[in-house]
Design a protein. Structure first.
Length: 444
C-alpha cells in the first residue's frame, strides 16, 4: 500500500486510471501534474432510478461539491413523482420549503442548483394547456431564484403528439417555449435520443433550438465505455454545438432495480481529458448511495482536472473516516469495478480473506452510528460472508443476500441483464467472476 509522508493511504491514478481505448487494455500514460481547462458547468445530475436522495443528503453533497470545486447540481431523480409521472402537479408546500432551503444553501456555496422536469411520458407537445402547466410548474423555481433549468425527454417512447411532423420539431417547440416564457439564462435539454448518433433527430433538434439551450449526451452508449475526441467532434459535426455530457458514472441503479447491490468506487477510465475543452458542461450521474458516491466523484473529478494522483487524506476527512483510513482503502478496492473496468476489484481469496474480514469488522465497529456505515453495511456483511465461506473451504452458490438484495463485490461483476442488453447499454458484454463463486453460477 502506498502511503504519504503522514503514513496515510495514497491512491496513484497516474498510469491505470487515465485514458484507455475501448477494449480497456491498460496502457500506462505519462503522469502529469498540471490542470486543464474545464467547462463552466461541472458537477452532478441526480438522475438515477430508485429512491431519491433525502434533502439532507443533497445539502451534504452540495457542501462536498463546493469543497472539491464542482459547481453544478441538476435535480432529476426519476422516482420523484412530481418530477416525472405527476409533472403537472405542484409540489406540496413543505417540499417547496425544502427546495428553497436547498437553493439558498447552494447560492451560499457557489453551486448552481438546477431543477429538472421530465414531462415526456405523456405530454402533448402541441397542447397549450400542457405548455401552460409546464411553465407554471417551473415558474415556482424561477421565483425562488433559479435562472437555469433542465428539461428531460429521456427514457420515453419516441411518440409524436400534438400535430408535429417529427419528434425533434415537437420537443424543440416545447424547449424554446419554456426558455422564452420564463426568461431564464439557460436551459439544459436531455433529448430522447441521448446516446449514440441518431443523426436525423440530433441535426434537426439542434437546428431548431435556441442557442441558449444545451443538448445533453451520454456518449456512444447509455453507459459509454469511453469518450474520445472523435466522438465529441462527430457530435459537434452533426449538431453544430458542443455536447453537454451526462456521464453515467458511477450510477448503479441498473443493479438495484433488479434486486442486486453493486458499488462503482473506482474504475473511471476511457475519458479523454482533452475533450473537456470541447463540451458545454459535464455532469456525473451518482449512485443511489449518496455518501459513498463522494468517493468515485472525488477521484474522477481530480482526473478530469488533469491530476495524476490523489492523496485520500482529504477525502477521508470529508467522509469522517480518517481513523479507519487503511480499512477504507480495502473497502474501496473490494468495490472498485465499474462497467468500464469490470475486473478491477480486489478479489477475496484464500490468501487475503482473514485480513479482509478483519478490516470489515473494524469498519463496522468504529463507524457505528454513522450514516456512511448504513450505506456500507450490505457490502461489509457480504465481504465477511464470502471470507467465512473461503475459510471453511467452501464456494458460494450465489452472491450473498443482505437486506433482501444480492450483493456483488470482491471480484464479482455481472450486471443482471443479458449479454445483448449489455452490448446496447455498455458497448461490451464483459463480466468478471471470482473463484469463490461456484462454476455453474459463472456460466449462468
Amino acid at each position: 500500500m502506498l502511503v504519504n509522508d503522514r503514513g496515510l493511504p495514497h491512491i496513484d491514478l497516474g498510469a491505470d486510471y487515465l485514458y484507455h481505448p475501448i477494449n480497456i487494455i491498460l496502457v500506462p500514460l505519462l503522469k502529469i501534474s498540471w490542470y486543464i481547462e474545464v467547462p463552466e458547468m461541472l458537477g452532478i445530475v441526480e438522475g438515477f432510478y430508485g429512491e431519491p436522495w433525502s434533502f439532507s443528503d443533497r445539502v451534504s453533497f452540495l457542501e462536498f461539491m463546493a469543497r472539491i470545486g464542482l459547481d453544478t447540481y441538476i435535480y432529476a431523480p426519476k422516482d420523484d413523482q412530481y418530477h416525472r409521472r405527476m409533472w403537472r402537479e405542484k409540489y406540496p408546500d413543505n417540499t417547496l420549503k425544502m427546495f428553497r432551503d436547498l437553493v439558498d444553501r447552494s447560492v451560499s456555496l457557489g453551486v448552481n442548483f438546477i431543477y429538472g422536469i421530465s414531462p415526456g411520458l405523456d405530454i402533448d407537445y402541441g397542447s397549450s394547456k400542457d405548455l401552460d402547466a409546464l411553465v407554471d410548474k417551473l415558474s415556482v423555481f424561477v421565483n425562488i431564484g433559479l435562472d437555469r433549468l433542465a428539461l428531460l425527454f429521456d427514457d420515453i417512447e419516441p411518440k409524436v403528439r400534438g400535430g408535429f411532423n417529427t419528434l425533434a420539431e415537437a420537443q424543440a417547440h416545447v424547449a424554446n417555449h419554456v426558455l422564452e416564457e420564463l426568461g431564464i439564462e439557460r436551459l439544459i435539454l436531455c433529448p430522447t435520443h441521448y446516446w449514440g448518433f441518431k443523426q436525423d433527430y440530433l441535426a434537426e433538434i439542434a437546428s431548431l433550438l435556441d442557442r441558449r439551450i444545451d443538448i445533453m449526451w451520454t456518449g456512444t452508449h447509455v453507459v459509454s465505455p469511453s469518450f474520445d475526441l472523435r466522438d465529441i467532434y462527430r457530435f459537434i459535426e452533426i449538431t453544430g454545438r458542443k455536447p453537454f455530457i451526462w456521464d453515467n458514472y458511477p450510477v448503479n441503479d441498473f443493479f438495484r432495480v433488479r434486486g442486486y447491490l453493486r458499488l462503482h468506487l473506482r474504475g473511471y477510465v476511457g475519458r479523454d481529458r482533452s475533450m473537456m475543452e470541447n463540451v458545454s458542461g459535464y455532469v456525473f450521474n451518482p449512485m443511489n448511495e449518496a455518501e459513498l458516491s463522494k468517493i468515485p466523484i472525488y477521484l474522477a473529478t481530480h482526473i478530469l482536472r488533469g491530476g495524476a494522483s490523489r492523496d485520500l487524506e482529504e477525502l477521508f476527512n470529508i467522509l469522517g473516516t480518517i481513523e479507519v483510513a487503511e480499512e477504507m482503502v480495502v473497502f474501496i478496492d473490494l468495490n472498485a469495478a465499474s462497467p468500464m473496468m469490470p475486473d478491477s476489484d480486489l478479489v477475496i481469496d484464500s490468501l487475503n480473506h482473514r485480513s479482509i474480514a478483519g478490516s470489515m469488522k473494524r469498519l463496522r465497529e468504529r463507524l457505528a452510528g454513522r450514516k456512511i456505515l448504513k450505506e456500507m453495511n450490505p457490502y461489509i456483511e457480504a465481504s465477511i460472508t464470502i471470507a467465512g465461506a473461503i475459510a471453511r473451504g467452501e464456494k458460494l452458490s450465489a452472491p450473498p443476500i443482505v437486506d433482501g438484495y444480492r450483493v456483488q463485490l470482491g471480484g464479482l461483476y455481472s450486471p443482471p441483464i443479458s449479454d445483448k442488453a449489455m452490448m446496447t447499454v455498455f458497448g461490451h458484454s464483459k463480466r468478471s467472476f471470482p473463484e469463490w463463486l461456484e462454476t455453474n453460477q459463472k456460466s449462468s
